[in-house]
Design a protein. Structure first.
Lengths: 307, 307
């Protein structure tokens, strides 16, 4: 799947993933009111609004970006109905040819991590049958529990030719509280990066490993160090746009081959219609506004990776 | 909820939480075959088997232990149908008077962590209505992203009088890879423990905070240090039984008041019927075997907390 993701990035000249984080206040009133009219102001109504919002966004960007990244927390808050919308979103995005990165940040130990890996990337056995539960192409994973937590994911990735992105340095202001602390003179995130290389070494695609890393775009100096420390690791970069990182900030995350990173934007694309620059699209034009914002991001990123 | 949990522990003289981790191979054949006969060897069949298994286990232990801890990964692997079984399990356990600790190990940043907190402990707004999605009493949370990831959970805990257990030192063999590394001469887990105290300081119940910690029972020496470092923090202790910790190992996790810890056992109770000691119960007697194993654990733990 990492090979396929890279092929799509190259073909579309867009190292971009659109974050499908359907916050209630991002969803246009016209979408919500239609869903509520049909299903009421209920969890089912919320699930329908989320799904219709995502469907229109996917239709608007599927031919210009390689991937989407639904953030499962935003669906989980609506319970079962929200998770049905998540599953429909994953299935529809794949149907439209998009690579799907499930932003699930799961992580546990042993058989429990294996169950999460099965849930999101693998297949579960029921009697003599097997089923894929959520069936994303990639998942994000938390490393705090060590190798026991990651190994079951890597095993499933190898079996299914899928991938993970391990949290190394996150984009948030307080990410340094633990991640930046020095251990033997090097920050914790560099030690995690060492392990990411180790975990990924025997799960290689053509040029990059199935085991990727999350490194926030809000810390370009650390991005530069981590890019060098993990030469064969694909980096998922959150923090672009609304969180503050710009195209030029992202340059250090790419290798000399112009590859090695995919940059996420959520709010900046899916809620573009709320920005002054795209206000003329109006509520009802939210999907067209998202397409325009994705194209603008593609232009902005060119300075980062086209050398 | 921490006050209520403590009241129940004292009343039942059992600082015990039963881990509802319905691994496929723990569920007795008789339960699976009945579910598959009705729903087929499908995800719905798996969900039904999980639910019937849990229901019988809850009925068997509800009057002798204060709490259950469903491990959501085991349900998530069966997709939507699995999560429906999770929700039914949470609801039924609460109906039977049990405190429910959702072992979800979620953790993200800002609005995303807020969405997870809403999903598991809070209420979500849909138009003019509000709904509780999964509605556990406690949730386990991963600290790797720092305060940004935890604060939204604490806010929901305060509003809803619920609680969290933050991963400090986990029970697995590789937990030391990052958690034990020395920062300014002290292991990372102690730095996380400092933060747990800080996060919990303004979210106090009567004697203990709404913000608890997970400290594996497999590392009693670290348990001793962390007990002292976090005097007002309730500790959730995994690792008892199948993972190797015994009653005497757990003593350091309790305060002088005989409180301060709740010990989890999953396999050792819910799959007791598979052990030689409980073999006479047979497959069909799995729930009675679980009850007997829970009572034996209660006896074994007395040496740890009754001073």
């Amino acid at each position: 799947m990492i090979n396929e993701l890279i092929k799509k990035i190259v073909k579309m000249e867009a190292p971009i993933v659109v974050g499908l984080d359907p916050m209630e206040n991002y969803i246009p009133e016209c979408v919500k009111s239609k869903a509520y009219a049909e299903f009421g102001e209920t969890l089912a109504g919320a699930g329908e609004a989320v799904w219709q919002y995502n469907k229109a966004l996917i239709d608007a960007v599927a031919d210009i970006v390689p991937a989407v990244k639904p953030q499962i927390a935003m669906y989980e808050q609506f319970g079962i109905e929200g998770l049905i919308a998540y599953k429909k979103t994953v299935d529809y995005a794949k149907e439209k040819g998009l690579v799907v990165i499930g932003d699930v940040k799961r992580g546990d130990i042993g058989s429990t991590s294996a169950a999460y890996a099965t849930a999101h990337l693998g297949k579960v056995k029921v009697g003599n049958n097997t089923f894929a539960a959520f069936n994303e192409d990639f998942a994000t994973v938390n490393p705090y529990l060590g190798t026991d937590g990651i190994k079951p994911f890597v095993d499933v990735c190898k079996a299914e030719k899928k991938g993970i992105f391990v949290l190394v340095k996150t984009s948030n202001p307080s990410s340094g509280e633990f991640q930046d602390r020095l251990i033997d003179g090097r920050p914790l995130y560099e030690h995690v990066a060492d392990k990411v290389c180790e975990w990924g070494a025997d799960a290689m695609g053509d040029a990059y490993s199935y085991v990727g890393a999350v490194v926030g775009g809000t810390y370009p100096e650390m991005g530069r160090v981590l890019r060098k420390a993990m030469p064969k690791t694909f980096i998922l970069v959150p923090g672009y746009g609304a969180q503050g990182a710009k195209g030029a900030d992202i340059a250090p995350y790419f290798n000399a081959d112009g590859l090695g990173a995919i940059v996420n934007s959520s709010r900046g694309i899916i809620a573009a219609y709320k920005q002054e620059a795209y206000a003329n699209y109006g509520d009802a034009g939210f999907a067209d506004a998202a397409r325009a914002a994705a194209l603008a991001m593609k232009e902005d990123l060119k300075q980062a990776w086209m050398k």
